[in-house]
Design a protein around this ligand. Structure first.
Ligand SMILES: Cc1cc2nc3c(=O)[nH]c(=O)nc-3n(C[C@H](O)[C@H](O)[C@H](O)COP(=O)(O)OP(=O)(O)OC[C@H]3O[C@@H](n4cnc5c(N)ncnc54)[C@H](O)[C@@H]3O)c2cc1C
Length: 399
């Protein structure tokens, strides 16, 4: 395992760091800033800033140049994840398009689709949503019921998706649809490419417990989609979906590690300024032990990330082993915020006023991140499902 980056990669870090320092508005890291502005305005600012960053060459870092990427190394991608987090750059606006759709189009798409879709994703001209989950189909994705019935050279789509990230702000949707009436399970599905603002498609926001509306429900009522608006061929939706989901594999956790280190620093500061029974929480031996255990987990995650990076740099496809990375970072994040909950006690649920003079000026951001951490063992395959994958596909245990 290689624990260092090359000189070329470190030069990339310097260039990116200086780009971020010169373009990220200072007010964006002011405590409470994002909560103080209108949701649509917030999304449009993130979208626009990211589009400019792509024009400056800081998008699609390890993607080939022919897709509009930078043609960099996996090490540069890891550095990119670290530096974006370090600079507190806003979350990507087009994660589902970038992570899943663009690489799938590069493999399965027609030449026209490659031209139309990939560059527009990188430049944030089209924000994509993923329409897989339904009220009765989550971990058991093959239970999909949204139907597409052929009518001339179009499919007429009816049904419902749920937990659709960016449902409200998205421009497009890649949706798994049962296009063969009466088909069962993995058969008869197609990945249809749809417009979010076309007739018959209605997005409704869902508000999460942290007050965000990052996802929603999508209802289809006789929404018409041209037959050619599919990826991978009609009836091949399951294979297309499995390829698409595989692109999260190999993702290292450098960005997650850096974010959790920042959060840990805030949590330690909170422990030092929270008094219980005549002493600070930082002096309580049980709370100290909790934090020490999390630091150990975090350092294991860091070395695991280097292990994953070394493997991908040698061209090895991690395949199902990637489930171990997701399990490791998601459970570390929950342990981190459980330690935070113990430190604040019942006050963890009480929203703190913003106070620039306080030692922890953005406690409410940590509280929001704590609420968000509950979702990380659900999306992208739940913790239990990842364990099944590791047991059956990596360790070869019987079902
Ligand atoms: C923040 C967030 C963003 C999301 N974004 C999207 C999106 O953009 N597009 C999209 O399509 N979906 C999205 N999802 C949905 C996500 O993919 C599903 O929530 C997930 O697949 C789990 O499905 P479910 O919620 O139906 O839970 P279920 O599948 O009903 O699971 C319920 C419980 O049963 C357990 N379980 C299920 N099957 C097994 C099994 N075989 N063995 C052991 N335990 C099992 C699960 O681990 C879980 O604890 C998002 C979810 C979240 C939380």
């Amino acid at each position: 395992m290689d624990l260092s980056f090359t000189a070329e990669e470190e030069a990339f870090r310097t260039e990116l760091r200086s780009y971020l320092e010169s373009t990220l508005p200072a007010e964006w890291s002011r405590p409470g800033f994002w909560d103080s502005i209108d949701r649509n305005d917030a999304f449009n600012r993130r979208r626009q800033w990211e589009a400019e960053k792509a024009k400056a060459g800081f998008a699609g870092i390890a993607w080939p140049k022919e897709w509009g990427g930078r043609g960099g190394t996996e090490g540069m991608k890891a550095i990119y994840d670290e530096e974006m987090t370090r600079a507190r750059a806003p979350r990507g606006a087009n994660q589902l398009g970038l992570t899943y759709l663009a690489p799938t189009v590069a493999v399965l798409g027609s030449e026209q689709q490659k031209r139309d879709i990939i560059g527009a994703i990188l430049r944030n001209e089209e924000i994509w949503c993923q329409g897989f989950s339904e009220p009765g189909a989550g971990s058991d994705l093959a239970a999909i019921r949204t139907s597409g019935v052929q009518d001339g050279d179009e499919y007429v789509v009816n049904g419902q998706k749920v937990w659709t990230t960016q449902a409200v702000h998205g421009d497009k949707l890649f949706a798994l649809v049962r296009t063969e009436p009466g088909s069962q399970r993995h058969q008869g599905l197609s990945l249809m490419l749809m417009d979010m603002d076309q007739p018959g498609v209605e997005a409704r926001p869902i508000t999460t417990m942290s007050g965000d509306q990052e996802f929603g429900e999508v209802f289809f009522t006789d929404a018409r989609v041209p037959i050619e608006s599919n990826l991978g061929g009609i009836g091949n939706g399951w294979q297309t979906a499995m390829l698409l989901l595989s692109f999260e594999r190999g993702a290292s956790a450098f960005g997650m590690y850096t974010a959790m280190r920042q959060q840990l620093a805030g949590i330690v500061a909170a422990a030092r300024s929270t008094y219980r029974d005549g002493r600070t929480a930082a002096e309580d031996p049980v709370l100290r032990a909790n934090l020490a255990a999390v630091v150990t987990e975090l350092e294991c995650l860091r070395y695991h990330s280097f292990h994953v990076l070394s493997a991908t740099e040698t061209g090895r496809d991690l395949g199902f082993e990637a489930s171990m990375t997701k399990l490791q970072w998601s459970e570390t994040m929950q342990d981190l915020f459980e330690a935070f909950d113990e430190i604040l006690g019942p006050n963890v649920t009480v929203r703190q006023p913003f106070d620039d003079g306080a030692e922890i000026s953005d406690l409410s951001a940590l509280q929001n991140q704590g609420l968000y951490s509950r979702s990380v063992t659900i999306w992208g395959g739940s913790g239990q499902v990842q364990r099944n994958v590791v047991a059956e596909r990596v360790l070869g245990l019987p079902r």
